[in-house]
Each structure stands twice: as structure tokens, then as C-alpha cells.
Design a protein around this ligand. Structure first.
Ligand SMILES: Cc1cc2nc3c(=O)[nH]c(=O)nc-3n(C[C@H](O)[C@H](O)[C@H](O)COP(=O)(O)OP(=O)(O)OC[C@H]3O[C@@H](n4cnc5c(N)ncnc54)[C@H](O)[C@@H]3O)c2cc1C
Ligand code: FES
Length: 348
């Protein structure tokens, strides 16, 4: 099907496959339609169907709450077409090329190496049927026959031409993907992958000090950023401050990997694990001496540690929406970082 998109900055045309969302089709063709979550929650990908047969798959999507559905408004990340269509998108920034990063694509991945990191957090790898290029901090959407709709997950690792993507998932009670993932032996299952997506990206050539604040599985993209930064010996001449928030020590994970990053990077990288529901009574982790400990919410720990140290900094934040909002307030109010220097993903 041919999709024509009218925007405030011009008109674009692209082909979309049967069952492919209008957003995925556009991005795959290098057309930069606006989006954030790519999974129906944020409302950023709003468009209006002017002509053509299109169907929005998830009627109750939170991102659709304010849409004028009677006028043809839809979420492009949830909408597929069964005929050629004309769509209006209220943006002046759409272009037909990516200025930075990699044009996303569809591929398949086979789940492997799934293992529990805590009672409700799992790590797994996907072995891809073709190499994928992505930027540290990006995510992909995963979908499978067992669960309705796609879910967004951030890569934990970093590699050019990656054949394997690693993920960490927290099980939210009653969640569709989580119930499936944690409920049976999923190794060997094939899932559909689309990406890479997202703008919470790390580029070494930007030459900035980095502040990473991750809540729970929000540490995923930070791990990818640290992986790339350590590969490039970035902390030889840049500072890094990482804050990882969990409730208790028993909820923490990836500590050996984080300690290894801290040891490789040397004194320019500081990593703090903040426990919101427990006072460790120690300044350093008893097993991983390279990791600092603090008590309280992760944004509070970041605020305390970063006072007066925001020079030339760029901020990365990911995790549950209230934690992201609180951390953004710290970076803006305490750090005086301009919005353009803060990159975040809300795991909603
Ligand atoms: C950019 C981004 C990156 C993320 N990265 C991670 C990560 O690295 N680790 C992690 O643990 N979590 C991550 N999340 C959250 C993750 O995508 C899921 O929301 C979470 O795992 C809960 O999924 P669930 O299926 O268990 O719960 P559910 O409540 O069943 O679903 C949660 C989400 O799935 C989608 N969804 C639900 N039902 C439908 C439907 N009928 N049709 C279409 N879509 C539907 C919606 O986006 C919904 O918000 C990320 C979220 C975003 C936006
Ligand atoms: S990008 Fe479609 S609702 Fe978030």
C-alpha cells in the first residue's frame, strides 16, 4: 500500500506492508515521523487519516485518550492500512532521511540464555537472523504469537552489526508480555523485532560528561552506554556518573557487570546503587568495592552527588514514569541542563 503523509514541512510517500504499522513503515523508509514509545502509550505519533482504509489495532491505547477518533485521528504506531491512504501529521520537522543513527528494520530473533536476576527481573538474549546496527541507549519493539501487541525493550549490550541483543525485563504483575516471559520456558521462541528506535542515545563524538539515572530495568540503556563508552575508553578524558535505583539490595542486579565497568574506567566513572527501602549502612558495596551505595530515591541520590558537578554534562534517564519525572526535575532545576541535553525513556 502507498501511504502519503502531509506535514507542515512537506509531503512524503512510502510503502507499507500488510500488517505493518504506518509508523514502522515510515521509519523503515527513512521518513522521520514523530514518536517516543512506539507502543501506544505516549500519544506522540498522532496522525489523521484523510482517505483510505486504516485500522487502529488497540482501541484502549493510553496514547489515544485525547484523540478525535470521529475525525480520523489515530496513533500511527498502532494503525495498519488495507488500501492506499492519505494521512496528515501535525509536525513541521518530518524529513525523508535520518540525520544521525540507523534506519530501523524488521528482523526475527530467537530467545536464548534467559535467566532470573532477581525474583522478578529476567535477562535474556535474542539471536538475530540478520545483523542490526543501533546506537547505545536505543530500544526495539518485540512481538510474538503468544502476546497481543508489541512491547518496547532497551538493549543492554552494544556492538556494531550486532548478531545478539541482550535485554533485561522486570515482571509487572498482570502484564501480558511479562506473564508469558516469566511463565514458561521461552528459550527457543522466535519473536519479531523492529528497530532500532529511540533518541536516548549516546554518541562519543559529542564529547560530553555523562549522567545516567536508571530506575530498576531502566538501567538497561545505561548498560549499553557504559558498554560502548568503555569499549571506546571514553572515561579516559570524560566523567561519568551513574545512579542505579532499586528498592533493596535483593532487588539489585548486574552489579558484577557495573563493577567491571567502574574498574575498567578508573576514577572518572562513579557508579552509585541507591536503595529506596533499605539503609545499607555502608558507603561501598560489601562485595563490589567499585560500587558506591546510598539510601533514598535514585533522583535524590543523584541530586546529592551531582551538586556543583554538572559542567558540560548530558543527562540520560530511564525507568518508571514517576522516577523519570523526578529525575528530570533534578537535572533541570539543580543542574540547569537545557531540555536538549536530557535524553530519556519512560517505561510506560
Ligand atoms: C522506550 C521504552 C523502553 C522500555 N524498555 C524496557 C526495558 O528495557 N525493560 C523493561 O522491563 N521494560 C521496558 N519498557 C517497558 C515495557 O515496554 C513494557 O511496558 C513492560 O515490560 C510491561 O509489559 P507487559 O506486557 O508485561 O505489561 P502490559 O500491561 O500487558 O503491557 C504494557 C505495554 O504493552 C503495550 N500493550 C499492552 N496491551 C496492548 C495491546 N492490546 N495492543 C498493543 N499494545 C499493547 C502497551 O505499550 C502497554 O503500555 C520500556 C518501555 C518503553 C516505552
Ligand atoms: S509513539 Fe505511538 S503512542 Fe507513543
Amino acid at each position: 500500500m502507498k501511504i502519503t503523509v502531509q506535514t507542515k514541512g512537506g509531503q512524503f510517500e512510502y510503502d507499507v506492508d500488510t500488517g505493518e504499522t504506518l509508523l514502522a513503515g515510515a521509519l523503515r523508509n527513512g521518513i522521520t515521523l514523530p514518536y517516543e514509545c512506539a507502543t501506544g502509550t505516549c500519544g506522540t505519533c498522532r496522525g489523521r487519516i484523510m482517505t483510505g482504509d486504516c485500522h487502529m489495532g488497540w482501541d484502549e491505547a493510553p496514547g489515544a485518550a485525547r484523540l478525535k477518533r470521529e475525525k480520523g485521528d489515530c496513533l500511527l504506531c498502532q494503525t495498519t492500512a488495507t488500501s492506499d491512504a492519505l494521512v496528515r501529521v501535525p509536525s513541521s520537522k518530518v524529513t525523508d532521511h535520518f540525520e544521525r543513527g540507523h534506519v530501523p528494520c524488521h528482523c526475527k530473533g530467537t530467545l536464548t540464555n534467559s535467566r532470573m536476576l532477581t525474583h522478578d527481573v529476567m535477562h535474556f538474549d535474542l539471536v538475530l537472523d540478520r545483523p542490526l546496527n543501533f546506537d547505545a541507549g536505543q530500544f526495539v519493539t518485540l512481538s510474538c504469537d503468544q502476546v497481543v501487541g508489541a512491547r518496547a525493550y532497551s538493549m543492554v549490550n552494544y556492538a556494531a552489526d550486532a548478531q545478539i541483543l541482550s535485554f533485561v525485563v522486570k515482571h509487572l504483575p498482570g502484564g501480558g508480555f511479562g506473564d508469558w516471559l516469566f511463565g514458561e520456558d521461552v528459550d527457543g521462541t522466535e519473536v519479531s523485532v523492529f528497530g532500532a528506535l529511540g533518541a536516548a542515545t549516546f554518541y562519543p563524538e559529542e564529547d560530553r560528561n555523562i549522567i545516567c539515572i536508571g530506575g530498576g530495568s531502566g538501567i538497561a540503556g545505561m548498560m549499553s552506554i557504559l558498554d560502548r563508552a568503555c569499549q571506546e575508553k571514553y572515561f579516559t578524558d570524560h566523567a561519568g556518573h551513574v545512579f542505579f535505583g532499586v528498592r533493596t539490595m535483593a532487588d539489585s542486579f548486574y552489579l558484577a557487570e557495573l563493577a567491571s565497568f567502574a574498574e575498567q574506567a578508573g576514577e572518572n566513572l562513579s557508579i552509585t546503587v541507591a536503595l529506596s527501602d533499605e539503609d545499607p549502612g555502608l558507603k561501598r558495596h560489601p562485595e563490589f568495592d567499585a560500587l558506591k551505595l546510598d539510601t533514598g530515591f535514585v533522583h535524590e541520590a543523584a541530586s546529592r552527588a551531582m551538586a556543583g558537578r554538572y559542567d558540560n554534562a548530558i543527562g540520560y534517564v530511564a525507568g518508571p514514569p514517576p522516577m523519570v519525572d523526578a529525575s528530570l526535575r533534578v537535572l533541570v532545576a539543580d543542574g540547569k541542563l537545557p531540555v536538549s541535553d536530557i535524553r530519556y525513556d519512560k517505561f510506560s
